[in-house]
Design a protein around this ligand. Sequence first.
Ligand code: ZN
Length: 323
Amino acid sequence: MKIYYDDIFFKHEPRGYHPENPNRLKIVKRALEDKGLWKNVVKPKRADVKDLLKVHDEDYVKLIENSCREERFIDSDTYVCRESWNSALIAFGCAIQCVENAVKDKDLHLALVRPPGHHAGRSGIAFNAPSLGFCLFNNVAGAVVKAKEFLDEVLVIDFDVHHGNGTQEIFWNDLSVIHIDFHEYGIYPGSGALEDTDGSKVNIALPHYSNDDDYIYAWNEVVEPILADVKPKLVLVSAGFDAFKDDGLATMELTEKFYAFAGSRLRDFSVVAVLEGGYSIGLKRGLPAFVEGYLEGYDVEGVRPSAKVVEIAKKLREIHDLR
Ligand SMILES: [Zn+2]
């Protein structure tokens, strides 16, 4: 595994309390250190504005730059400070750098970046969301654009508890970008219904309080046939850990079990995992479980999903013609 990390990300900092704060990365670092996994740390590279413009409109990039200079909130959820511009460029550049390395080096490339990105659409707010949800530039979208230089099809799996509306909007109608999004349906940002697709976007919209077995069942029924069909060399992951039970912003009830399972199911591929959400216990326990699953494998037996999730998976298999 390669860890991409820099203390510079602490400088993107709220003035008062905010769940998306520098302590998140301290939690991750400590959790990986405790497991002896904090090694092979690579310094992230800063992106150029021209890289941002492959994903975002110029007006939006200027709005963010000016807001950082003036330390002006972007919206009620999304703060910036003077240093946020630099952090956001390094986070975006880091995701691109991970792809450049991952196509040559089959491994888990873990981008521990802030600010997060998956809610940021081409010109800001995506799919009528109420806000940018703590995101400035869509880091994983930068990774997708880079990956398209090497691959005919790019696969993104987003298991953050919130719908990756920004990523989905940016690549809507680009059928070469397959985006599978697990999310709690009915919370922020409100998008990502089961039926919503352009042909290559798969919305695993799960009910409140879904647990490990629900997620694992949905993965087996929906993600596995897509992986078998696409046979990706590289998988991009929008890696949020806020679906962990009691992480704080949602009702899902995941534990280490799902994250270890997800990591183990991606062992055959080179993986770029870009940090999205996760605010407390999800970072402490979910993220290391994902890493260990990838490095060591993890077996699951006797999965017992809810009847509702069985129904959802069946519907998704019909919508996307999965066999
Ligand atoms: Zn989230």
